[in-house]
Design a protein around this ligand. Structure first.
Ligand code: NCD
Length: 310
């Protein structure tokens, strides 16, 4: 089996068979992560550049671990220490890096569509590690894998994404991926943090948290993106916490408390309280572990794919 896609730029329009293949390939890499020597020779001789134009800790470290555990040669590029500071264009930066003969590029950029643009101009295989508020496909794949690991299937599951949907690439990629896999997807948040076209993505919309919690088998709680001025969308953080914050007091009354995910970083006691984040319904740290294995599966499937596969 091989992927039909050459790049992983987003989950919109990625066929179910490709998502299924990535999720089904992940357990064998999870097994590698549990060995005393956590390394396989799969991508020996492959060079991967991590091109990060926007700050990131977890995603960058997760990709780098995944790459090194597959024995790839890894080069890290951070915009703050590069010629981007000297006025070089994005395309020149990418072409210069490619001229050094790299095979794959993992890229994060604040402009939606930036990796899509470069993937058309360059010959390497591109993985989008987050482009503005557009897509973050590897996060959605690791979320879907983590849900499936606990529930056994995604088909027919009620999944609600809660919080700052408007600024969230994680929300968009989750909506596309989960819907492709047959889940019933909803979003919940203050109207000021829901994008205008959100119903047109085929999701249910809740503005009342208790109704959303009754619907949900799984909730994916999003960070309030204060750096993107999300704080201006509601009166105060205290009010947000009271209306939309996920606390154990809110979950304990439910006959079936939902499984709780959060992509991190957490704003503790804002969108999620510590008694939930560190409590029995939370799979937040499983997401982090699974993230490395899911990224290994993606790098393996894209890195060993032949042109004749499509
Ligand atoms: C997310 C991101 O960067 O989009 N985080 C992540 O990838 N770990 C979500 C967020 O920043 O809130």
């Amino acid at each position: 089996m091989a992927l039909s896609i050459r790049h992983l730029l987003g989950l919109e329009n990625v066929p179910k068979e490709d998502i299924q293949l990535i999720l089904d390939t992940t357990p064998s890499f999870l097994e590698v992560l549990n060995r005393p020597i956590k390394k396989v020779p799969t991508l020996q001789g492959t060079t991967i550049v991590n091109l990060f134009f926007e700050s990131s800790t977890r995603t960058r470290v997760s990709f780098e671990l995944a790459e090194r555990r597959l024995s790839a040669d890894v080069v890290n590029f951070a915009a703050s220490t590069s010629s981007v500071n000297k006025g070089e264009t994005l395309l020149d930066t990418a072409r210069n890096i490619e001229a050094m003969k790299v095979d794959m590029v993992v890229m994060r950029h604040s402009v939606p569509g930036a990796p899509h643009f470069l993937s058309r101009m360059c010959t390497s295989s591109f993985i989008n590690a987050g482009d503005g508020a557009h897509e973050h496909p590897t996060q959605a794949l690791l979320d879907m894998y983590s849900i499936r690991q606990k529930t056994g299937a995604l088909e027919g599951l009620n999944v609600c994404i809660i919080g700052d949907i408007a600024h969230s690439r994680v929300a968009r990629s989750n909506i596309f991926g989960l819907k492709t896999m047959g889940a019933n997807v909803a979003v919940c948040g203050p109207p000021s943090l829901l994008p205008h076209e959100v119903e047109s993505l085929g999701v249910r919309v809740f503005t009342n948290l208790d109704e959303a919690l009754h619907f949900s088998d799984v909730i994916n709680v999003l960070r309030i993106q204060l750096e993107r001025k999300a704080g201006a969308a509601f009166p105060s953080l205290r009010e947000y916490r009271e209306t939309f914050g996920i606390t154990w007091r809110r979950l304990e009354g439910l006959s079936n408390p939902p499984l709780v995910l959060h992509p991190g970083p957490l704003n503790r006691e804002v969108e999620i309280s510590s008694d939930v984040a560190d409590g029995p319904a939370s799979i937040i740290l499983d997401q982090v572990t699974n993230g490395v294995a899911v990224r290994m599966a993606i790098l393996y499937l894209l890195g060993t794919r032949k042109e004749s596969d499509s």
